[in-house]
Design a protein around this ligand. Structure first.
Ligand code: C5P
Length: 397
């Protein structure tokens, strides 16, 4: 989703610079055009050739090397990108930028740019906690620079504490967030995701194969576009999208309670969760022991959450999902009206590339006017953006 975005990666001299190479790959994978500038000390940890190979462009290292074969003149690097990311940002570059010192290529670019600059500090915990470094970080923030908090954990100097470079994937997500248009900034979007688990005893439950990927993609895309996001999620094995209010639940009844409790401020509700329609009528306190004969398991209906919120809809926009193995359009249209939704996103689980588990989906979006938008095979994040485009259009009416 960083297609056509120009990013200048400035690497400074900390051991975490090897992770900047990983970040470069992640940004490249997302379609960004990347150039790299390195300090002399950064080059001691990782050779410029690594970054040249990964970015496909010469790396700039020297402010005065006019003969360097860069396609963009050194100082023009300050105005070329959409965003500059300083990764890792050492205490030294943080101090220099905070004080307005420009004594090498990277510090000069930072001083010469009017583009957003994101610092990703990484250093020894004592250095990070040092009063001068903290004062400099606060100074950077007060001047409008962006600073990503370092993580806690094992540091290269064999100590433990705050000072780890955030994971490259998290830095990439922060960059996506910073560069995305904020066209949903007036919306509060409540998303449900994942399966529900309906227990029958302390060790067993009824559930389904939902991975939560579609709902998490919706939450992530909505947050990137500036919406306030509340994510109510059943149990999944996914990383939590940053910047969202997260409410974990297990059962359909818990999901209902969480949705109703958080409905008040929501302007849009997107129900991507695969809620179990039935739950065991009784959840035994002790583990059920096997016996020789057959076993009957009485089931009770779970409440239909989306129908319930549609009844108290107000000015909200309500989007549901429909996963079918046959009669896709017919069943989806029936649900759209029966459940009182504004839009329904239908997918056929028998189609390769669609449905549970994978990173892609093939969907049709049905509206109440009889419209059917057929989308090709797309990543779930791309599908999420198309759904949000439709939601935005409806909100504007
Ligand atoms: O009827 P079906 O389960 O196929 O409907 C799917 C849509 O209804 C999804 O948006 C799902 O999140 C929602 N749903 C719900 N509560 C249920 C069952 C489904 O909100 N108990």
């Amino acid at each position: 989703m960083l297609k056509k975005k120009k990013i200048l990666l400035c690497a400074t001299g900390g051991i975490a610079v090897y992770k900047s190479a990983e970040l470069l790959r992640e940004l490249f994978k997302r379609g960004a055009d990347i150039r790299v500038a390195m300090t002399k000390n950064a080059c001691k940890f990782v050779a410029p050739l690594t970054f040249e190979t990964l970015s496909g462009h010469p790396v700039s290292t020297d402010l005065f090397a006019l003969t360097e074969q860069a396609e963009i003149p050194h100082i023009a690097l300050a105005s070329w990108p959409d965003l500059i990311v300083v990764v890792p940002a050492t205490a030294n570059i943080i101090g220099k930028a905070a004080a307005g010192i420009a004594d090498d290529l990277v510090s000069t670019i930072i001083l010469a740019t009017k583009k957003p600059v994101l610092f990703c500090p990484a250093m020894n915990v004592n250095m990070y906690e040092n009063a001068a470094v903290q004062k400099n970080l606060a100074g950077l923030a007060s001047m409008g620079y962006l600073v990503m908090a370092p993580g806690y954990g094992q540091l290269a100097c064999r100590t433990e504490g705050k000072g780890r470079l955030p994971e490259p994937i998290d830095i990439a997500e922060e960059i996506e967030y910073l560069l995305a248009g904020k066209d949903l900034r007036d919306e509060h979007i409540l998303v449900t995701a994942g399966p529900t688990q309906e227990p029958l005893d302390p060790v067993r439950f009824i559930s389904n194969y939902s991975s939560g990927k579609m709902g998490y993609a919706l939450a992530m895309a909505a947050r990137r576009r500036g919406a306030m996001v509340t994510l109510v999620s059943g149990p999944v094995a996914l990383a939590l999208p940053p910047g969202v209010q997260f409410i974990p639940v297990k059962t359909a009844l818990q999901m209902r309670e969480a949705v109703l409790k958080n409905l008040k401020g929501a302007t849009v509700v997107i129900k991507a969760a695969a809620v179990a329609d039935y739950r065991p009528a009784v959840c035994e306190k002790s583990k059920i022991k096997k016996s020789d004969g057959e076993m009957m398991l009485p089931l009770e209906r779970n409440p239909d959450i989306i129908s319930e919120i549609a009844r108290k809809k107000g000015k909200r926009t309500i989007v549901g999902f429909s996963m079918e193995s046959d009669h896709l359009i017919e069943y989806a249209r029936k649900k759209l009206f029966d459940k009182g939704m504004d839009l329904i996103v239908a997918n056929d689980i028998t189609e390769a590339g669609a449905g549970f588990g994978g990173d892609t989906n093939i969907v049709r979006i049905l509206d109440r006017d009889g419209g059917i938008e057929e989308l090709p095979l797309l990543s779930k994040l791309e599908v999420a953006d198309v759904i949000l485009d439709r939601v935005k259009k409806m909100r504007e009416k």
